[in-house]
Design a protein around this ligand. Structure first.
Ligand code: APR
Length: 309
């Protein structure tokens, strides 16, 4: 295969993303992890599934960044995950340190890659990745809106008993229970505005469930956080980039004046193609939606200031 994706962190999210990318034959996959044997074992096990699943992408693993050389896309999922009672922000100190360590060798070995940061707290780690890499915003993206909108769409589909693929929904803002903004005004089912299908109270209930979607999974799993939906969201972003699909996917990107905001990462609808971030789409927001976005940005700014970033 002439396309290559490196995934740093072969844990639950990273390994499941590797599996999805390999099975879809999007690219050869390299998994890097400080737990070298674990990463190699998963890569080998995944490869041994190929005769039955029917894919011929190469999957390799290790801890030497030379393996990742000339990757088209690098996905970062390394770090610690939440346990019950923890917020994504509780992970900040540890995960920022890890991101800083990882970005340098990635820049050295894959200077032209597109980075997708997944490690939480996403709004902060993506910012650090951009700072340390020095890369333009087109090539440093964060995965969060793709996951949050997937949860919103799923809940609406379950409520209406319709195909999830037919539900289009947009979630903007920060990747936190308080900062997330699921937008009912920009959500539809096969083109039909959701407000024509569900009453206001039901929509509000689904919005609240979406905002706490990650926490709901953490509480159920007890020993870690979500990975099936996050890895599917990563795969959609990787696919749109590698195949130049130009899909519109809510992603965390560095704002430079869009929505009246700058110098921070926030989820907004963007076009993803071979150049990475190809366009930020500025939609018209109602006054309360606009205020919610400003508040979410204010909270992220406070966190960045507190961490002296
Ligand atoms: N370099 C490479 N890999 C590392 C490093 C490092 N410096 N530090 C930790 N790792 C690896 C761990 O060894 C582990 O295999 O990162 C992996 C993380 O995997 P899990 O603990 O299974 O966590 P996971 O559920 O995959 O979540 C990873 O994604 O969604 C976010 O909040 C989540 O920040 C968390 C991240």
């Amino acid at each position: 295969m002439d396309r290559k994706v490196t995934i740093v962190g072969a844990g639950f999210v990273g390994a499941t993303a590797a599996q999805r990318i390999a099975e879809k034959q999007l690219a050869d996959v390299v998994m890097l992890d400080i737990l070298e044997g674990m990463a190699k074992g998963k890569a080998l096990d995944m490869s041994e599934s190929s005769p039955w699943v029917g894919f011929n992408t190469r999957i390799s693993a290790g801890q030497d960044y030379a393996l990742s050389a000339d990757s088209d896309v690098v996905v970062i999922t390394a770090g610690i995950a939440r346990k019950p009672g923890m917020s994504r922000e509780d992970l900040a100190a540890t995960n920022i340190k890890i991101i800083k360590e990882i970005i340098q060798p990635i820049v050295k070995y894959s200077p032209q890659a597109i980075l997708i940061i997944v490690t939480n707290p996403l709004d902060v780690t993506a910012y650090v990745a951009k700072q340390v890499s020095g890369w333009p915003r087109e090539r440093v993206l964060g995965q969060s809106g793709a996951l949050d909108s997937s949860r919103f769409r799923t809940f609406i589909a379950q409520e209406l008993d319709v195909a999830p693929q037919d539900v289009q929904g947009l979630v903007m803002g920060g990747h936190s229970d308080v900062g997330m903004i699921p937008l009912a005004s920009h959500t539809s089912v096969a083109g039909i505005p959701v407000s024509e299908l569900l009453d206001r109270a039901t929509i509000e209930r689904l919005i609240e469930r979406t905002k706490r979607g990650g926490t709901e999974i953490v509480q159920l799993l007890e020993k870690g956080s979500a990975y099936y939906a996050p890895s599917a969201a990563i795969t959609a972003m990787v696919e749109s980039i590698l195949l130049d699909q130009k899909r519109i996917i809510s992603s965390s990107v560095y704002l430079e004046g869009e929505y009246g905001l700058r110098d921070l990462y926030l989820d907004v609808p963007v076009k993803l193609g071979r150049r990475g971030l190809e366009e930020i789409i500025e939609i018209k927001l109602s006054t309360p939606e606009h205020e919610a976005l400003q508040q979410a940005a204010g909270r992220i700014r406070q966190t960045l200031d507190k961490l002296q970033l």
